[in-house]
Design a binder for this molecule. Structure first.
Ligand SMILES: [Ca+2]
Ligand SMILES: [Ca+2]
Ligand SMILES: [Ca+2]
Length: 244
């Protein structure tokens, strides 16, 4: 028996099913691919901002050859990208990243400013920090997976000196580049990244209908040990201020 040439109906049906699956598979992830690329870009922006903050601390001394200090947050409304000080100290422990002072990207991949929180002792241009500066409760910023965490036993990071937050794809609560502040988040873990206190959250994203609430923020931070290793390594000029 010889097999006839061409496709049978069953073969055509199988091919159509495969093509449908392939088209569906390409079309659906396209928006997801764009979102993934924006998330990756924003993670890169956060890392560059983190490095810029460390670079700022390396080049800013209270007195030449002594304590270093970080920039203060930009607390102006509308923001101008420049830090805000009262005397030598910061006008607040949280605000926006002073992108003009740092000479870096002014926004995340969704056109929103980055939130910047800092332990103000480390941004005081009159005292700053040396290789022997310590953080003691209740001073440190802590990072948790939930807003209900105990700040004395955070489950992500302790002894954090500064933190950077992108409010993520949803942008709730963010200040955008047009000077508009977006609607406040409903997810309590996202609220925790906006309320200006020393607790921040970092965890996997969840949808609005999740029991833990909507969450898509992206966060990076530097803890004391890493700050001192980078800014005040052995042999550096990072010395305690002389006694008055
Ligand atoms: Ca400012
Ligand atoms: Ca968000
Ligand atoms: Ca908080």
């Amino acid at each position: 028996m010889t097999r006839s040439h061409g496709f049978t109906l069953i073969e055509m049906a199988i091919v159509l099913v495969i093509i449908t699956i392939l088209i569906g598979g390409l079309a659906m992830p396209l928006s997801a691919q764009i979102q993934a690329r924006r998330i990756a870009e924003t993670r890169q922006t956060l890392q560059e901002a983190r490095e810029a903050l460390l670079g700022y601390a390396m080049t800013h001394h209270v007195v030449a050859g002594t304590n270093h200090y970080l920039p203060c947050p930009d607390t102006d409304n509308p923001p101008d990208g420049k830090e805000n000080r009262i005397g030598t100290g910061c006008s607040g422990q949280s605000g926006l990243l002073p992108w003009v002072d740092l000479g870096i990207a002014p926004q995340d991949a969704w056109g929103n400013r980055l939130h910047y929180g800092v332990v103000t002792q480390f941004a005081d241009a009159g005292s700053g920090f040396s290789a022997s500066t310590t953080l003691r409760p209740p001073d440190p910023i802590v990072i948790c997976t939930t807003h209900t965490c105990n700040r004395l036993s955070p489950d992500v990071a302790n002894d954090v000196v500064f933190v950077l937050v992108s409010h993520g794809p949803n942008g709730w609560g963010a200040s955008n580049i047009n000077g508009t502040t977006l609607a406040a988040p409903t997810g309590l873990d996202e609220v925790e990244n906006l309320n200006g206190n020393l607790i921040y959250t970092s965890r996997s994203p969840t949808q609005p209908d999740a029991a833990s609430g909507e969450f898509d923020d992206l966060t990076t931070w530097v803890a004391l040990q890493y700050l001192l290793a980078r800014v005040c390594p052995t042999g550096s000029d990072c010395n305690p201020l002389p006694p008055p």
